[in-house]
Design a protein around this ligand. Structure first.
Ligand code: NAP
Length: 237
C-alpha cells in the first residue's frame, strides 16, 4: 500500500511544490491548509491527476484544539501515514523593539508550537516514519530584523535534534534550511534578486533545490538530526 505524507501549508508556494513532487514519487498526500481553500483544492486536483490519493485538511495551527486534532484526523482517514513535513510558517519583519506579544505568540505558535505537537502526535500514532522540518538559513546567525521568526526557527532546529534523539530508532527527524528560494508573498522580485549579490554563490535558488534536499533526506536511512542548508552558502556569511 502507498505511504502517506502529511504536508502542512501545502496549498501553495514551497509546500505545494513538495506535495506535487511527493505525489510524483507515489506517496498519497494529506494536504493541510489554513486560509487557502481554493488553492488547496486546485493543488489536490493536480495531485490526483498524478494517480495518487489526496485529501485536504483545513486547520488554523494557532488554534490549540484544531492543532491537537490534526494528526488524529489525518491518521483516521489515511492510516498509512509515514511522513510529516512541517512547512507552514509565518514570516513577518520585526526587531525586538517592534514586537508585541500577539505578534510574538503567532510566530512561536505556527513556527514552533505546531511542529512540536504535530511531531509528538505523529510519533505517538505512527511509531515508524520520518519527519522533515523546514527551517531557514537564519538559524545559523542572528537576523535582528526578524526577531520572533528567527528565534522560532532556531528553536525548531533544536526540536529537530531533540526529537531525532527521542524518536529513534523508529522515526528519523531531519531538516532543510532554505535561503533565497521565493520572495515573500507580495514582496518585490527585484529586491529579492538583488540580495543574491550578497551571498557566496551569487544567485537565488528555487523550490526544486528544496525538493532535491527533501528527496535525499527521505532516502538517507542512516541520517537523523541533520540539517541541510539549501541557501547558496548564505549560512557561511
Ligand atoms: N520562501 C523562501 O524563500 C523561504 C526561505 C527560508 C525558509 N523558508 C521556509 O520554508 C517553508 C515554506 O516556505 P514558503 O515561503 O512556501 O511559506 P509561506 O508561503 O510563508 O507559508 C506557507 C503556508 O503556511 C500556512 N500558514 C500560515 N499561517 C498559518 C496558520 N495560522 N495555520 C496554518 N497554516 C498557516 C499558509 O497556509 P494558507 O495559505 O492555507 O493559509 C501558507 O500557505 C516555511 O517554513 C519557511 O519558513 C522559505
Amino acid at each position: 500500500m502507498a505511504k502517506t505524507v502529511l504536508i502542512t501549508g501545502g496549498a501553495k508556494r514551497i509546500g505545494r511544490e513538495l506535495a506535487l513532487s511527493m505525489a510524483s514519487a507515489a506517496y498519497n498526500i494529506a494536504l493541510h491548509y489554513s486560509s487557502s481553500a481554493e488553492e488547496a483544492e486546485k493543488t489536490a486536483e493536480e495531485i490526483r491527476g498524478r494517480g495518487v490519493e489526496c485529501q485536504t485538511f483545513q486547520c488554523d495551527l494557532r488554534e490549540e484544539r484544531e492543532l491537537l486534532e490534526l494528526v488524529p484526523r489525518v491518521a483516521g482517514r489515511m492510516p498509512e501515514l509515514e511522513v510529516l513535513i512541517n512547512s507552514a510558517s509565518i514570516f513577518r519583519k520585526g526587531a525586538i523593539a517592534e514586537t508585541g506579544p500577539e505578534f510574538f505568540d503567532s510566530h512561536l505558535a505556527i513556527n514552533l508550537k505546531a511542529p512540536f505537537f504535530l511531531s509528538r502526535d505523529f510519533a505517538k500514532l505512527c511509531r515508524r516514519g520520518q519527519i522533515i522540518n523546514l527551517l531557514d538559513t537564519r538559524v545559523a546567525r542572528n537576523d535582528y530584523g526578524y526577531a520572533a521568526y528567527t528565534l522560532a526557527k532556531k528553536a525548531l532546529l533544536e526540536l529537530t535534534r531533540l526529537s531525532a534523539r527521542e524518536f529513534a530508532p523508529g522515526i528519523r527527524v531531519n531538516a532543510v534550511a532554505p535561503g533565497l528560494i521565493l520572495p515573500p508573498e507580495g514582496g518585490s522580485k527585484e529586491a529579492f534578486e538583488k540580495m543574491a549579490g550578497k551571498i557566496p554563490l551569487r544567485k537565488t535558488g528555487g523550490p526544486l533545490d528544496v525538493l532535491r534536499a527533501v528527496e535525499y533526506l527521505l532516502k538517507a536511512d542512516f541520517l537523523t538530526g541533520q540539517v541541510i542548508y539549501v541557501d547558496g552558502g548564505e549560512h557561511l556569511e
